[in-house]
Design a protein around this ligand. Structure first.
Ligand code: DAH
Length: 365
């Protein structure tokens, strides 16, 4: 029993040694992933693997021999598994390096273009307007959107309870200050005209300023009315300014924005803070040059003229209120709607598109 056991033991030990030798040699010569996998199945495979079979045989040995041989065979399994992993890893690394070598990095391949933002049509037109007036000597100023009643109305010759207040549908703010504006509540400015007062309070003539900014109205919104939009206010105050200066200035502006052939037309209009007050139209840039286009013209609604702003000579009462002597100084003022100009320039038919945040609309400019 002992002798037999010992010789069986020897035989198994020799098989372990042979297995180690063969497996190691074969692994070293395995040339590709298929051969590598074949090797793994042959030696380590769960069903028919040589090492697996050897381990199963161990189970039939007497306990003492089993222990002795197990001590040799178990580390062999770990050893072969580690060798397999290392070989596999090396093969993958080499494969990657090979692929990179045959297909080198193409540094000329264009990168992915980042999506760039664009300027909003209101901004584009606002910049055109401000640069036209800037080149005529006007400086650009801004003012508060939440305004006191006294600036928005009172100082502009629109007293409380005066029917002229109905010209603006006002959004009121639930805030009062007993020391300001006669204790009347604040509001969202309905026009940029209150800045006329703020500018004249702070500066003495000569004054030439424009004021771009957002204004607010309590409107039933439709294709031509928004509750928030942009205006540009203009104000010039100096000795001996006349209506001719107003006309020359706005005529030049109209030509810069809408083309050198433009004609302008003034018609009487009423704004409480100017006297005389006018609205200014330009001849239709779509059909004025070509009478045949008139009958279907949507730009001017077949009238041949397009109203673009309100204007006038600053009312003497407004000057007096800010301590500017109307006997010595005169002023002219104007106010225009920026989106309306943009609609004319770009052929936009609905003002609500401006602030609906629809990229299909915004990408066009
Ligand atoms: N503030 C007026 C409005 O919102 C526009 C306006 C008209 C402004 C005549 C002026 C002006 O400066 O002189 O309707």
């Amino acid at each position: 029993m002992t002798t037999e056991g010992t010789s069986a033991n020897e035989a198994l030990r020799a098989r372990v040694a042979a297995l180690r030798r063969d497996a190691t040699k074969e692994l070293a010569s395995a040339g590709g992933t298929d051969q590598l996998e074949g090797w793994r199945v042959k030696y380590l495979g769960r069903r028919q693997g040589t090492l697996t079979a050897l381990m199963k045989e161990l189970g039939t040995l007497a306990p003492a021999e089993r222990r002795a041989l197990g001590a040799e065979a178990n580390p062999l399994r770990l050893e072969l598994e580690a060798a397999f992993d290392a070989r596999k890893q090396a093969m993958e690394t080499r494969a990657q390096a090979g692929a990179a070598a045959t297909k080198p990095l193409d540094v000329t391949l264009p990168g992915r273009a980042p999506t760039l933002g664009k300027l909003h049509p209101t901004t584009l037109v606002l910049r055109e307007i401000t640069s036209a007036f800037a080149s005529l000597g006007f400086q650009v100023m801004e003012g508060p959107e939440v305004e006191w009643d006294s600036y928005n109305f009172e100082a502009l010759n629109i007293p409380q309870d005066h029917p002229a207040r109905d010209m603006w549908d006002t959004i009121w703010i639930d805030y009062t200050d007993p020391d300001k504006s006669g204790g009347r509540p604040m509001l969202l400015r309905t026009h940029t005209s209150p800045m006329q007062i703020r500018i004249m309070e702070r500066t003495r003539p000569p004054i030439r300023a424009i004021v771009p900014g957002r204004v607010y109205r309590y409107e039933a919104m439709d294709a031509t009315h928004e509750s928030s939009f942009f205006q540009v206010e203009g104000l010039a105050v100096d000795e001996q300014l006349t209506f001719a200066h107003l006309k020359g200035c706005l005529f030049e502006f109209a030509k810069r924005l809408f083309g050198p052939q433009r004609q302008v037309r003034f018609r009487c209009d009423y704004f409480p803070f100017v006297e005389p007050g006018v609205d200014l139209s330009i001849d239709c840039f779509a059909c004025a040059q070509d009478a045949a286009k008139r009958p279907g013209c949507r730009v001017c609604k077949q009238t041949g003229w397009i109203e673009i702003m309100g204007a006038g000579m600053v009312h003497p009462q407004v000057l007096r209120r800010v301590n500017i002597d109307p006997e010595r100084y005169a002023g002219f003022a104007f106010g225009l709607g920026v989106e309306r100009i943009a609609m004319l320039k770009y052929g936009i038919e609905d003002i609500r598109l401006f602030y609906a945040n629809d990229l299909r609309f915004l990408r066009q400019f």
